[in-house]
Design a protein around this ligand. Structure first.
Ligand code: MGD
Ligand code: MGD
Ligand code: SF4
Ligand code: MO
Length: 868
């Protein structure tokens, strides 16, 4: 069965067959390749912790009762307070069909613009900049351009980790044609590690840099005057504004970059969240687009600005109008003729005529009581929105919160009605990737319990609100046909987004649909190369951009983003031990100078404080961080430990044009915290599930193989928990009564141990000591499970005879071949290896999906330095 990966916007094709999941060689997005996340998808197909039954207030119930109650609550709010008192908050992980139905219900039939999506958090800025420049939300380029470019600027993108299969295409272009790769990022990311040139830009410095590049191209006579004259407007103002910009980076780096940019017509600027998630994002993207328009580098082979989409269907959501400030099918709120068109097509009684609330404003409206009923699906805002504590408060205050998800999350925990959603591998529909390629996602297993697809839930809600005929969809194919018909409705070429050819696609053809680009038809899938734009006069519009003056602040910039093997709030990837091996707990990566200033060494606890809260992370001193800027991953959640939810620290500053939050530019101060004691536990999930947060200090929970959970504790206050191993254990963990256990305490040395047994097999081991050197490794503890411990033997579990001090196996770098960092270091040292290929031959590391190649390079560099 052919399907597509549910993770990033590259949109790789997969085949689910009898031997598991493999890359689809016939899929144009990946031609058979997969990254670690795609390659380990099979490991996530585990229904154990899934939501399987609707519930109301924690009590299991039927679909009929749950949906009736939701409908009554929505109807009450609408009739008493008007349609703007209700809202949907949905997801770029929705299939197009889910999205279409939700949007139709809210904007066409409930009559409010209040449907927004987590794509607000990553794609809203590119959408705003595209519409401003091109008159329509259009990505001009396609992935083939990465094969054909001679210069690729990745700015604000860690593509080696976040769009790995596309990034590998850029690497192959470098091999094949000498393509130069430049990475613009304040930190030396994995992508920067592999670049020909890394520009460690100041946070938010991109706007000035791209304006300065435009000014240089003008100075050196590299502008495409014909294109500017015939196909654009507003150039002079944009150039004058650009001439006021200082490039803001090291002069020598700028000279090299400028020389490459001036001399290379086949140039792509690929940008992502480092650009999009800032308070000046839309203007920054305009500066990028200005440079491309002025040099005619748009819609030509190897030449375009390229917005990398985050989620698998971030693009599909934009097609159906999932954002609160769009209508469906690239129709807009600002054109009254579009309202009329859409109202007639849908036969919609109360079409929304003004935009709804954008995500951050929406949750403010929930907080202050304007929103009385909220339906959240396919996203976990209690973790992923800025000011997460405020969001949690908003959920607690809202009279009705409905949440549809596949797993329990921080959001479902705060919902009144929880609905079990069918997820990837269980539902049918389409997604559109970064290059406008529509692919089918196909169900190849059945959903657990009573889980249902989101389109069905919204259609049921629509019916219960009295709009039956408009929501009478028997299957996803029927929804897709209506979506295609709408895109073609009264569209004589005004809108490029047009799926006319699919309007009457029969169910069987929809089931068999092979990936296809929109617009459908032309052999060349690039857009805008002909210089005809979707603006009234068909000219692209330059937008003058001025960089704001930077403000001096004593705070650090808190940069947040992604890790290679994790996906967002980890509902899927966080359950797979193999994917935990790369980074097993939350950390703050800081430059050596900043670490020294705060007295921090790697491994120390650091309290990170912003205007919104404090969390304690483990410091990792990293020379790749820019001074004054520190990086924390966005992934860790409240259930995984005390360092969860970095969004407690991020403020709600958004780009004014797009409403996208400035997640990359938080402000925080650092303070070292002395550790008083340390603890480690390994045990069955039932015994490790409840941590006593009062005494546990800083703690983190990580899944290990065989259903075991690994807990780590670091005490921030002296240990005054009791005098026995058992007392200490019960102070840290909520353990049931009546367990069979052994314990040990050495008060003088502050050592406490506990073993829980069941019929001679170990269930839980806990060790506490003043010093980490006195604790066993998790591997050593793991070795004690799975053996049997008859009575006379069992004591050895605690005094350590049973625990041969296994040397720690070390962090896994190559997940595909399970090769550890020590093994790679040893191979480099003993074999005097100098290249990634040589490491591959010696250890197999890096020869699978290739996602770890940048790390291998980093290790090579460190080992070379060490050898000198
Ligand atoms: N492994 C993995 N891949 C993913 C995801 C995931 O969760 N995990 N999520 C997907 C989604 S939804 C998205 S939106 C994408 C995001 O993909 P990316 O945008 O590539 O990922 P991020 O790590 O959020 O941020 C990218 C980089 O921006 C840099 N940055 C911060 N501030 C600035 C700045 O001022 N200027 C510049 N030039 N750079 C800056 C950061 O240091 C970081 O390296 O990834 C997708 N792919
Ligand atoms: N600090 C910081 N915060 C960020 C970012 C950052 O860079 N820094 N990035 C932002 C960005 S770009 C994004 S995209 C967001 C992502 O953040 P979220 O939107 O919270 O992303 P996920 O954790 O993927 O949440 C998706 C949820 O949907 C569930 N799910 C999966 N499939 C389905 C389905 O078919 N139906 C339903 N109903 N549920 C399903 C999953 O179990 C999961 O709980 O985070 C944003 N937050
Ligand atoms: S590159 Fe993206 S779409 Fe492709 S396998 Fe990896 S996560 Fe999935
Ligand atoms: Mo995203």
């Amino acid at each position: 069965m052919n399907t597509t990966c549910p993770y990033c916007g590259v949109g790789c094709g997969l085949i689910a067959g009898p031997d598991g999941l493999v890359g689809d060689e016939a899929h144009p997005a990946n031609r058979g390749r997969l990254c670690v996340k795609g390659a380990t998808l099979g490991l996530t197909l585990d229904d154990r912790d899934r939501l399987t039954q609707p519930s109301i207030g924690g009590r299991d119930t039927t679909w009929a009762e749950a949906l009736d109650l939701a409908a009554v609550r929505f109807a009450e709010a609408i009739s008493r307070h008007g349609p703007d008192s209700v809202a949907f908050y949905v997801s770029g992980q929705f299939l197009t069909e889910d999205y279409y139905v939700a949007n139709k219900l809210m904007k066409g039939f409930i009559g409010s613009g209040n449907i927004d999506t987590n794509s607000r958090l990553c794609m809203a800025s590119p959408v705003a900049a595209h519409i401003r420049a091109f008159g329509e939300d259009l990505v001009p380029g396609i992935y083939d351009d990465f094969d054909q470019a001679d210069l690729i600027l990745f700015t604000g993108s860690n593509a080696a980790w976040c769009h790995p299969v596309l990034f590998q295409r850029a690497l192959r272009a470098r091999e094949a044609r000498g393509t130069r790769i430049v990475v613009i990022d304040p930190r030396r990311s994995a992508t920067a590690e592999l670049a020909d040139l890394h520009i460690p830009i100041a946070p938010g410095g991109d706007l000035a840099l791209f304006a300065a590049l435009l000014a240089v191209c003008a100075e050196r006579g590299m502008l495409d005057h014909r294109f500017i004259r015939e196909h654009t407007s507003g150039f002079d103002a944009a150039l004058s504004a650009a001439r006021t910009a200082g490039h803001g980076i090291d002069d020598a780096l700028f000279a090299t970059l400028a020389e490459w940019v001036v001399a290379t017509p086949r140039m792509i600027t690929a940008f992502s969240q480092g650009v999009n998630q800032s308070a000046i994002a839309t203007d920054t993207i305009s500066a990028i687009i200005n440079l491309h328009l002025a040099t005619g580098r748009i819609g030509k082979p190897g030449a375009c600005p390229f917005s990398l989409t985050g989620q698998p269907n971030a693009m599909g959501g934009r097609e159906v109008g999932g954002l609160a400030n769009q209508l469906a099918a690239h129709l807009g709120f600002d054109d009254p003729s579009h309202h009329d068109q859409l109202a007639r097509f849908w036969n919609a009684p109360h079409l929304a005529r003004h935009p709804g609330l954008k995500a951050v404003d929406l949750f403010d409206a929930v907080h202050d009581g304007r929103i009385k009923a909220l339906w959240i699906a396919g996203t976990n805002p209690a973790e992923s929105l800025p000011r997460s504590n405020h969001v949690r408060e908003a959920l607690a205050r809202c009279p009705t919160v409905v949440a549809a998800d596949c797993w329990a999350t921080a959001t479902t925990a705060r919902a009144h009605i929880v609905l079990p959603a069918a997820g990837w591998s269980e539902k049918d529909g389409t997604v559109t990737n970064s290059e406008r390629l529509i692919s089918r996602q196909r169900a190849f297993r059945s959903a657990p319990g009573e889980a249902k697809p989101d389109w069905w839930m919204f259609a049921e809600l629509g019916r219960r609100l009295g709009h039956g005929p408009a929501f009478d969809f028997p299957n996803p194919a029927s929804i897709f046909r209506e979506h295609a018909a709408l895109s073609a409705f009264e569209n004589a070429g005004e809108r490029v987004f047009n799926l006319a050819a699919l309007t009457n696609i029969p169910d069987e053809d929809y089931d068999a649909l092979r990936p296809l680009h929109w617009p459908i038809g032309p052999a060349d899938h690039r857009l805008l190369g002909d210089g005809r734009f979707s603006t009234g006069d068909q000219r692209a519009r330059f937008v003058p951009t001025i960089a704001p003056a930077s403000e001096a602040t004593p705070m650090m910039t808190l940069n947040t983003g992604r890790l290679r093997d994790q996906w967002h709030t980890m509902t899927r990837t966080g359950r797979v031990p193999e994917l935990m091996a790369h980074r097993s707990h939350a950390a703050l990566e800081i430059a050596p100078e900043d670490a020294a200033a705060s007295g921090l060494a790697s491994g120390d606890l650091v309290a990170v404080t912003s205007n919104h809260g404090t969390i304690t992370l483990t410091a990792v001193v990293d020379p790749g961080q820019r001074r004054g800027s520190a990086f924390a991953a966005m992934h860790w959640t409240e259930g995984q430990g005390s360092a969860g939810t970095v969004n407690q620290l991020i403020g709600s500053t958004c780009d004014p044009a797009s409403g996208e939050p400035a997640y990359k530019h938080g402000q925080a101060s650092l303070r070292r915290i002395a550790a008083q004691w340390h603890g480690i536990a390994l045990g069955r999930a039932a015994l490790t599930g409840r941590v006593n947060t009062l005494h546990a200090g800083c703690w983190a929970r990580t899944p290990r193989a065989d259903g075991l959970m690994h807990l780590r504790f670091t005490g921030t206050a002296p240990l005054a928990l009791g005098a026995t191993g058992r007392a200490v254990a019960t102070a840290l963990l909520d353990l049931p009564e009546g367990l069979e256990s052994l314990d040990y305490a050495d008060l003088r040395r502050g050592v406490f141990r506990l073993a829980v047994l069941k019929r001679g097999t170990v269930q839980l081991l806990l060790h506490v000591a003043r010093d980490t050197a006195a604790l066993p490794t998790v591997e050593a503890l793991e070795a004690l499970f799975g053996q049997s411990w008859p009575e006379p033997d069992a004591g050895r579990l605690l005094i350590g005879l049973g625990a041969p001090r296994l040397s720690p196996a070390g962090r896994i770098v190559c997940v595909c071949h399970q090769v550890t960092e020590p093994a790679i270091r040893a191979a480099i040292a003993t074999g005097r290896l100098g290249t990634v290929e040589a490491i591959g031959l010696a250890t197999l590391a890096g020869t699978g999906c290739g996602s770890c190649v940048s790390e291998l390079k980093g290790l090579l560099r460190h080992e070379l330095v060490a050898a000198e």
